[in-house]
Design a protein around this ligand. Structure first.
Ligand code: AHM
Ligand code: MG
Length: 325
């Protein structure tokens, strides 16, 4: 029988490289894995039970809140707030930081996440995902405050995503390579799929929502025309799925600024920064058009950013074109 490496064992073996570690990060990652399994179970049942559709309200970003957004948010909160590994949470779905309730231990990490990214696609059975970033708590006192969340992406201790697709996969980094695992639903375990993933040097795809063409500046139009001549186009409109495809097959994903949204659409802290850490660990890069996403100092938990992410050469060409503007 060939060796079976499940995610729990893999994380425990990674921890061995840090003999001084108490296992708090390991346990936090295990909490996230538990949340991912529960969300995956529910996403797979969508269509069979009354969990599809919007709740009839908009969130702080003016997006329609889906029932599954609320469910995924609750799962993260219920699990993460009670295990003692974090001192606070922040999420796309909540305006403010979510504190650890009184009576529960507060840990040395903070977690910021997007519980269900791409949820506008869920009603038509398109892949969605969860994205997370973990930082050390840097403020004084037991409870996290906003300064803990406003750290540069390069300070991330770990980052990852779960893709709920034709199978459910968990992809993460603790700054020592990017590893992917596939959920075997028959045993409820994530099994190692690929260790030390690297993005292919030569891109195959570019992905961008061309519906915004009329709102782009000339530099953006030039960049997209350049890619059109070279690569095949693939765009899902679900960030985790677009990112995952490009990571494995080689490519670049563009979410450029528009005249209506010069600040970009995607959120820096729970979309841009965690995926930027992953792509950098996989040999690629991520930029807002001017600088490395991991170097941006956030001023707001929900701040937006343009995002260009994927193969290094493509991101470099994008930055050079914007610099000449
Ligand atoms: P969400 O977090 O509310 O789902 O929004 C983020 C999603 C990304 O998954 C996707 O890349 C992007 O929005 C698509 O936006 P648009 O349809 O405007 O191109
Ligand atoms: Mg999102």
């Amino acid at each position: 029988m060939k060796d079976v490496m499940n995610l729990t064992r893999f994380i425990l073996e990674e921890q061995k490289a840090y003999p001084e570690a108490y296992g708090e990060l390991t346990n936090l990652l295990l909490d996230i894995i538990f949340a991912a399994k529960i969300i995956s179970r529910e996403v797979n049942k969508a269509g069979l039970i009354d969990i599809l559709g919007s709740i009839g309200k908009k969130n702080i970003h003016q997006d329609e809140v889906q029932k599954l957004d609320v469910y995924a948010q609750e799962v993260f909160e219920k699990i993460l707030l009670h295990t003692g590994h974090i001192s606070g949470l922040a999420s796309e779905e909540k305006d403010d930081i979510i504190p650890v309730p009184p009576g529960y231990h507060k840990g040395k990490y903070i977690l910021i996440f997007d519980p269900l990214d791409g949820s506008s696609n869920i009603n038509v059975n398109v892949s969605v995902g969860s994205i997370f970033a973990i930082y050390h708590k840097i403020s004084k006192g037991a409870d996290a405050d906003v300064s803990d969340f406003l750290q540069k992406g390069k300070n991330q201790v770990a980052a990852g995503y779960v893709i709920y697709g034709s199978s459910t996969m968990f992809v993460y980094t603790t700054g020592k390579g990017v590893h992917s695992f596939t959920l075997d639903p028959t045993i409820g375990e994530f099994i190692l799929t690929e260790k030390n993933i690297t993005i292919p040097k030569k891109s195959k795809y570019f992905s961008v929502n061309e519906g915004y063409y009329h709102l782009w500046d000339d530099a953006t139009k030039k960049i997209v025309s350049h890619f059109k001549g070279q690569y095949s186009g693939r765009h899902i409109g679900s960030l985790v799925a677009d990112f995952h495809r490009n990571l494995l097959t080689g490519g670049v994903h563009l979410n450029p600024p528009t005249s209506e949204r010069p600040e970009g659409k995607l959120r820096l802290l729970y979309e841009g920064a965690p995926l930027a850490l992953i792509i950098e660990q996989a040999g690629g890069s991520a930029s807002d058009g001017k600088q490395n996403v991991l170097d941006i100092k956030p001023t707001d938990i929900h701040q937006r950013t343009p995002l260009f992410i994927g193969s290094k050469n493509d991101v470099k060409m994008i930055e050079e074109t914007y610099a000449k503007k």
